[in-house]
Unconditional design. Structure first.
Length: 102
C-alpha cells in the first residue's frame, strides 16, 4: 500500500498520498481533517447514498439535507443557500450518476 501511495502522490504532484478502504472512509477522513465535529452542520444532498450523511454523523456533526436540482439531481447554489446557517461548516457535493454539479 505504501508503494501505491507514493506512486500516486508522485503522479499527481502531491507531497503525500493516502489510500483508504472506501469512499465512506474518505468522506469521514476528510471531515476529521477539516476539524468538523459536534455542533457543526454539513450540507448534504437529499438524493445520495446514505454514506454521505453517515460520514457526517461519524464525526458527531449534523447532516442538513438540501434539495437537488430536478435536471441534474445535484446540489446547486440555489438549493444549498436556503439551508445554510451559522453552524454550517461544509457542503458535500455528490456527482450523482457521474454528472458533476454545475
Amino acid at each position: 500500500m505504501a508503494e501505491f501511495e507514493e506512486a500516486f502522490a508522485a503522479r499527481v504532484g502531491a507531497a503525500h498520498g493516502i489510500a483508504v478502504s472506501s469512499c465512506t472512509t474518505a468522506l469521514h477522513l476528510s471531515l476529521v481533517v477539516l476539524g468538523i465535529g459536534p455542533g457543526d452542520e454539513v450540507v448534504v444532498p437529499s438524493l445520495s447514498f446514505i454514506a454521505t450523511a453517515n460520514a457526517v454523523r461519524y464525526v458527531g456533526a449534523r447532516p442538513v439535507f438540501a434539495d437537488v436540482d430536478i435536471k441534474t439531481l445535484n446540489l446547486t447554489t440555489a438549493t444549498i443557500e436556503p439551508v445554510v446557517t451559522a453552524r454550517t461548516k461544509a457542503v458535500i457535493l455528490v456527482h450523482q450518476g457521474g454528472t458533476p454539479p454545475t
